[in-house]
Design a protein around this ligand. Structure first.
Ligand code: APR
Ligand code: ZN
Ligand code: ZN
Length: 369
């Protein structure tokens, strides 16, 4: 099969002929139909994560089941599926605690660039091992992953939309619905209007928030913010004191919840200082390794009763959210079609990364025939 192989951080990924072994116990082979280009892929490609190389990125995808390994029961050949980037074992402490994204088997495997049995299925034309990314590696025509990494969906759902549900949509929607538990009439603010931020914005609207402020330094995002239902836009480059501006818009109080959808220290600090006493700072974005953010300690922290929450893959049970989100899409409550930007074939992935770096309006999705 053809796949984009990350061989060197910061360099383009060549499209190579790659061998993919058959699925083993409780694994499935998926023909990828669409794969979104997410900032987390970009961060790894630019060396901001820790991944063994060479590897195949891609963690936001949809596909069709091509083959099932021994013991697979949740899907059959021909099923259309959304891929998850946290397949889980179902047996560890975290799986039993209802935190499947923390699954011990998954985290061990993903850390090694392998599948659950510690081995890989990917090899280059010369027979060298290629590492898996999030047990998924969907910047490729096919993928093999544990069966808990796929969820069957209605065939009529466009692959591009299904792909985005596999990461950005669930991440942003869940931050608002599961982690912040936003209620009608609340005041919310979102930092970073990429795929994740737009999804958080759509969820904020769905929850009938009264004030929804978007903070993004790219002036082009103002129009995007309004289009997806923001009530206010703030450019942090041209606004001296962002929290003060937000207080001005919220009866002097601050927002009920602030969402970092970019992973920058400045956004964390502005978010923390923009929430009202008792409000929530929900951190969704993944900051580069080594970054820290500081908040006033002493009396201030306990006295204001603020809560800081780490939000990962929507904070709930991702596959349950996939189904809920797709139902909301079907009945017209979430306009996911509007999130799909350019669609390009696999070799377009390198340009898609560059465009993501310079700031684009909606998600670029790789499509496969
Ligand atoms: N404050 C607010 N917004 C910012 C800032 C900042 N200091 N710096 C950049 N941005 C904006 C960009 O202008 C862009 O609109 O954040 C947005 C990021 O969008 P994408 O690059 O599309 O990122 P996305 O794929 O949505 O991912 C966001 O979530 O999954 C994680 O690792 C991912 O940390 C990343 C975050
Ligand atoms: Zn992602
Ligand atoms: Zn587990």
């Amino acid at each position: 099969m053809k796949a984009a192989v990350l061989r060197e951080f910061g360099k383009d990924m060549p499209i190579e002929d790659v061998t993919l072994d058959d699925p083993k116990d409780r694994e499935v082979l998926i023909r990828i139909t669409a794969a979104g280009v997410c900032h987390s892929d970009l961060s790894v490609a630019r060396g901001k994560g820790s991944m063994p190389l060479p590897c195949i990125l891609g963690h936001e995808a949809a596909g069709v089941i091509e083959k099932t390994g021994p013991g697979v029961s949740r899907v059959k050949k021909g099923d259309a599926v959304v891929l998850s980037w946290t397949p889980y074992c179902g047996n560890c402490f975290y799986c039993r605690a209802g935190l499947p994204a923390q699954c011990e088997a998954y985290n061990r495997a993903a850390g090694q660039g392998a599948l659950f049995d510690g081995t890989g299925r990917l090899k280059s034309a010369s027979g060298e091992r290629i590492y898996h990314f999030t047990c998924q590696s969907s910047f490729a025509e096919y993928a093999v992953m544990p069966e808990t990494g796929v969820l069957p969906i209605h065939k009529e759902i466009p692959a591009t939309v299904a792909a985005l549900v596999g990461c950005a949509v669930t991440t942003g929607y869940g931050a608002v619905v599961n982690d912040a538990q936003a209620r009608p009439g609340e005041y919310l603010a979102i930092w970073g209007l990429g795929g994740v931020g737009i999804s958080a914005l759509m969820a904020a609207r769905l929850c009938n928030a009264e004030v929804i402020v978007v903070v993004d330094p790219n002036p082009r995002k103002e129009e995007v913010a309004r289009r997806f239902g923001a009530t206010h836009y703030i450019n942090p480059k041209t606004t001296e004191d962002v929290p003060a501006k937000i207080r001005e818009l919220t009866q002097g109080r601050g927002v009920d919840a602030a969402f970092d959808c970019i992973g920058r220290q400045a956004a964390f600090e502005q978010g923390y200082n923009s929430i009202r006493p008792g409000g929530k700072l929900v951190i969704v974005g993944q900051a580069p390794r080594g970054d820290v953010f500081t908040i006033p300690a002493a009396r201030a922290f306990p006295a204001v009763q603020k809560r800081i929450l780490g939000s990962y893959y929507g904070g709930g049970i991702p596959e349950q959210d996939f189904l809920r989100i797709l139902d909301l899409y079907r009945i017209g409550k979430l306009e996911l079609d509007a999130m799909v930007g350019k669609t390009v074939p696999l070799p377009g992935v390198n340009d898609a990364f560059r465009e993501l770096e310079s700031g684009i309006d909606t998600r670029t999705v790789l499509v496969f025939n």
